[in-house]
Structures are given as C-alpha cells and as structure tokens.
Design a protein around this ligand. Structure first.
Ligand code: IPM
Ligand code: MN
Length: 365
C-alpha cells in the first residue's frame, strides 16, 4: 500500500469535532484506493495559544510546509477576541496560508437539490446552481503594508493597504481560467474598478491574461452588483475570480444558496501545497455538544483527495456518500426544517452513516 502523510490542525470550537469525522472518512476511503494515510495533529489557533502562548508554533509551520497537505478545522472564539493582533487565532491562519503560498482559494458553491428547502431563498432560484469562487488568498488588503493604528491630534485612526500586482492577479486568474475549461467555460472577474486603483490593476491584468484563453468567456462585474446578482440569479455564474476580501464576503453570501454555511468546503492551493478547510467558523456556541454539521469538513477532505492526493475516485466516493446521506433525509440542526421525510441527526450519526457508506459501496477493482 502506498503511504501518504497529512497534517491535521483541528483548531478551536467545533473544529476538532468536524475534523475527526473528516479524518475517519478520509482514512477509510484512502485505504480502499490503495493509500495508507498517516495523520499528524497539532494544536492551532486559540487552542495552541492556551498551550504555548502563540496561535501557531514554528514546529507546526515547518511540519505543514514539509508535509504539503493540511486539513484544518476552524479557528477563533470570543475567548481570544481581545488578544493582540498577532496572537489572535486568525493570525495563525493567515500566517499558514502565506507560508504555504496557497494563493488560490477554491470555494465550490454546489446546491444539493434535496437541500433546496433549507435555503432562505426560493428553490426555483437556487436549484441547479454550481459556482466555483476562486478567491485570491495571500495578497490584497489582508496582507498589504503599511498597516497600523495611530492618532491624529486625539482622533485615533487606522490604515490597511489594498495592493495587487499583475503577477499576483495573473497567477490566481490562471487557476480560474484553467478550471473554467473543465467546467462551463465562463469566468467572471469581480472587482471595484469604478473606484479602486488596485481593482483597475486587477481588471487590466485579467484582460491581458485572457488573451491566452480565447475559448473561455470572460466577463467583469463590480463587487456591489455581484453581491446582488448572486442572490438574484446565481445560475448565471460558472467560475468567479476575485480578490481576498471580496472573495471572503461573496463566499459567505453565496453559502446561503446551499442552505447552510455548514455545507461549504474549500481548497487553497499554490505550488505543490494544499490547505483544506471548511468555510464556516468555529461556532463556539455549539462546540462540544456533538451537534455540529461535519459535511463541510468532509467535503474538504474530498477536495484534498482530488487536488493533493490525485485520487479523483476517492474524492467522488466521499461526495457520493454526502449526497446519499442527504437523500436519506438525514439533517444536522443547521439544516433541519421539519420537512416530512427528514430526520434530525447529530455529528456521530452523520459519521457512522458516511463510514458505513464508503465501506459497503462498491469500489472499482
Ligand atoms: C475565511 C475566514 C477567514 C478569512 C478568517 C477566519 C481569518 O473568514 O476563511 O473565510 O477572513 O479569510
Ligand atoms: Mn470568511
């Protein structure tokens, strides 16, 4: 059997509960496809701060860079909100993304038809939606310098910097164009080019790169309009490419198309490295109760199989298991709407179903 190592960073809140399920599913599926998975776990975020006084240790960063494949739960919580900026759990996540150089964050927005009733939007609006948001992840206003807080004659102020270079825009756009070729051949680049210099640079850079992709249909949309269009008519989109902060906001909005933020996986890639994490946060309000929806973490594990392990069949098997569970009517609390034929389940019940599904369904010889 082939041996593969991954790093798992369970993180805070519901992170450990959902990653535990994802790791079980991942190990089971990988072994069926001839890969023995060994997992190294490290504390990360607030949990790491409690133990080491820093949200991520150098050892953990080194191990992630060496292993190249990382599955992460979630970070953050009210307990750590008042820490200095560089000690906050979120700082660890940003550092990890930057050090791994995972500049392209893929957030697929897939509407499972059986969940159409769980969304706050009308089923006819969302049914058939299949969007891939490609969010730039290691640049823009999240990382721009200067960045400081100061005081102007008793009036405190703070500065963040939104900067994009042509190379930064083009490497992430290249990912978007390439993946559009494997989908419906459309890329919508989202910016605020009517106001921001950095967005005008963004748009110009995307247009230049598009010359290499005459077979892909490129459009541009302003981010305010896009926020409205994503709710009004989500089916118009195929691949969307956008900067770090716009992508952060748009992906939370788009998550509601799927019924719950608890359904959204993500893959962050760059070079040979891959970081896989659910889009949702650490949900401290329900942590430790065994009721969290682990499907975004499990779907992130599927993306890990697809993009890092190159086990497409394994990825499909995990996605099939999720489909099947939902078709059976099993719903965690975030998705449950008392719809006839559905049943409220907890995290363990979801895990048992998924493991059983991947163990008993047929595997190609
Ligand atoms: C996300 C999260 C992070 C982000 C936070 C936790 C730093 O909201 O992955 O979308 O803003 O990128
Ligand atoms: Mn976010």
């Amino acid at each position: 059997m082939k041996k593969t190592k991954i790093v798992v960073l369970p993180g805070d809140g519901i992170g450990p509960e959902v990653t535990a399920v994802a790791v079980d599913v991942l190990k089971t599926v990988c072994s069926q496809f001839g890969t023995e998975l060994s997992v190294k776990e490290f504390p990360f975020g607030g949990t790491c701060y409690e133990q080491y006084g820093t949200p991520v240790t150098e050892e953990t960063l080194e191990e992630c860079k060496k292993t190249k494949v990382v599955l992460l739960g979630a970070v953050g919580g009210p307990k750590w909100d008042d820490l200095n900026a560089d000690q906050r759990p979120e700082a660890a996540l940003l550092k990890l993304r930057k050090e791994l150089g995972v500049y392209a964050n893929l957030r697929p927005i897939t509407v499972y038809p059986v969940l159409a009733g769980s969304s706050t939007l009308k089923p006819e609006v969302i049914k058939g939606t299949d969007i891939l948001i490609v969010r730039e992840l290691t640049g823009g206003i999240y990382f721009g310098r200067p960045r400081f807080t100061s005081d102007d004659n008793g009036d405190p102020f703070a500065v963040d910097t939104m900067k994009y270079s042509r190379s930064e825009v083009q490497r992430v756009s290249k990912v978007a164009f390439e993946v559009a070729r494997l989908r419906n051949g459309k890329v919508c680049s989202v910016d605020k080019a009517n106001v921001l210099e950095s967005s005008r640079m963004w748009r110009k850079s995307v247009v230049e790169l598009a010359e290499d992709y005459p077979d892909v249909e490129l459009s541009h949309m302003l981010v305010d309009n896009c926020t409205m269009q994503i709710i009004r008519d989500p089916k118009q989109f195929d691949v969307m490419v956008t900067g770090n902060m716009f992508g952060d906001i748009l992906s939370d909005a788009a998550s509601m198309l799927t019924g719950s933020l608890g359904m959204l996986p993500s893959a962050s890639i760059g070079g040979d490295n891959g970081l896989y994490e659910p889009v949702h946060g650490s949900a401290p309000d329900i942590a430790g109760q065994g009721v969290a929806n682990p499907l975004a973490a499990v779907a992130s594990a599927a993306l890990l199989c697809r993009y890092s392990l190159k086990l497409e069949e394994a990825a499909k098997k995990i996605e099939e298991a999720i489909q099947s569970l939902l078709s059976e009517g099993m719903r965690t609390a975030d998705l449950y709407t008392h719809e006839p034929g559905t049943k409220l389940v907890n995290t363990d019940e979801v895990a048992d179903y998924l493991i059983n599904f991947v163990q008993t369904s047929k595997v190609p010889a």
